[in-house]
Write a protein that binds this ligand. Structure first.
Ligand code: AMP
Length: 385
């Protein structure tokens, strides 16, 4: 079923609340990747140009609900918006739950919605409080589409009218096209640290892919089926599921790893076979033999889907695997699709944006979309048509 688009509505003088996904990596209050913010700008621009009273809401990181955490404030993002929208008045609002003053053609950025108690478990009262802030709700946070929280699901449910923003619309259109008939072989890579969220999606991804390459904490969980993984990030509760997947699908699992006894920027690390990892060691990246074995698989792919770095990319000594992966995808003739916050940072840092066929702002939502599940938020948006 179709949904109402922002371009279908008259926005002038209306209070328009846009839920964007501005969850970008920030270190020492500095934005590391602008990709998600920049992808959100067209919808905000459109609302401002149409003389709406524009309010933008987003989450950032995982703060403890009900508490303010200056490290996870949206203030640095507000400062960036001030630079971008020089022609407009841009405000930052910390306390907005009792209502806010807004004027046509002006922009207000709300503080991190995850500081509000009830946001994550979709509290009805909080959702209604948000809904009272606006006349029109615009869902544009593709990256948050798989999470039913108050500022996404709740707002879609309780707003007088809700529609899709430009980003959500273009993501849905592009991804639908991609998964319809992939050219084979199709290789999917899933890495990163959100092991439990991603694990449940692996079966569907393994089913639709010719090979599923696992990295990061997910790979560590596969390694842990038969080996000791020391202090590594992994999910013991998923080992059984990992074994079932390994025994039934074509899963590429690392054979060696770069390990370290300390988790920090200056750790050097050594390469070890996955069977030789000690209790005080932690897997930080793929080892050289694993990288060598992975590259030909990627080189013969015709479709590549990628989500999540395969090692601790932020530390210079542990980015070899992710860099080799990213560069091979960039040099490949395959149709390549990449998604996820950290994946976007890798692509930005390596300056290969133009070499990836389609870049999605979604991480979990991108994977969930590939699983071809219906999103409850989309179901809610459909009822307005
Ligand atoms: P995600 O948001 O799930 O894509 O996770 C991205 C994060 O995964 C990045 O911050 C990486 O540093 C982290 N990561 C990747 N591999 C590992 C690993 N072996 N151990 C710990 N963290 C990892």
């Amino acid at each position: 079923m179709p949904i109402i688009k922002i371009t279908d509505l008259n926005l002038s003088n209306k209070r328009v609340l846009i839920r964007s996904d501005l969850n970008v990596p920030i270190q020492n209050k500095k934005i590391i990747s602008y990709a998600r913010i920049n992808a959100s700008l067209p919808t905000i621009k459109l609302a401002l140009k149409n003389n709406a009273k524009v309010i933008v809401a987003s989450h950032l990181g995982r703060p403890k609900e009900g508490f303010y955490d200056s490290e996870l404030s949206l203030f640095p993002i507000f400062k960036y918006f001030q630079e971008i929208f020089k022609k407009y008045k841009v405000y930052f609002c910390k306390n907005y739950l009792n209502g806010i003053e807004t004027k046509s053609g002006e922009l207000t950025i709300l503080e991190n919605v995850r500081f509000n108690k009830g946001e994550k478990n979709n509290n009805k009262h909080l959702s209604k409080t948000y809904a009272n802030l606006c006349d029109i709700f615009v869902m544009d946070a593709f990256g948050s589409l798989h999470r039913n929280e108050s500022s996404t699901y709740g707002l879609s449910k309780y707003s007088k009218i809700a529609c899709s923003g430009l980003l959500l619309e273009s993501e849905l259109t592009a991804l639908k096209k991609i998964i319809k008939k992939p050219i084979r072989p199709m290789i999917t890579i899933v890495g990163g640290a959100k092991v439990s969220t991603k694990f449940n999606l692996l079966k569907s991804l393994a089913k639709i892919s010719d090979t599923l390459i696992v990295g990061g904490g997910i790979a560590n969980t596969f390694i842990a089926i038969d080996n000791n993984v020391g202090k590594s990030l992994y999910e013991p509760n998923f080992i059984h599921q990992a074994k079932l997947l390994r025994d039934n699908y074509n899963i590429f699992i690392p054979i060696d790893s770069k390990v370290s006894t300390t988790f920090n920027e200056n750790s050097i690390g050594i390469t070890k076979k996955v069977s030789d990892i000690d209790m005080n060691e932690e897997i930080m990246d793929f080892g050289e033999n694993t990288i060598t074995k992975m590259l030909p698989i990627l080189q013969q792919a015709k479709t590549i889907l990628w989500n999540g770095p395969i090692g601790v990319f932020e530390f210079k000594n542990f980015r070899k695997g992710t860099t080799a992966l990213a560069q091979t995808i960039a040099n490949s003739n395959a149709f390549s699709v990449a998604g996820g916050g950290d994946t976007l940072s890798v692509i930005e840092i390596l300056n290969i944006t133009s070499k990836i066929s389609y870049i999605s702002t979604g991480g979990g939502s991108f994977l969930k979309f590939l699983e071809q599940e219906e999103f409850p938020i989309i179901k809610l948006l459909e009822r307005f048509i």
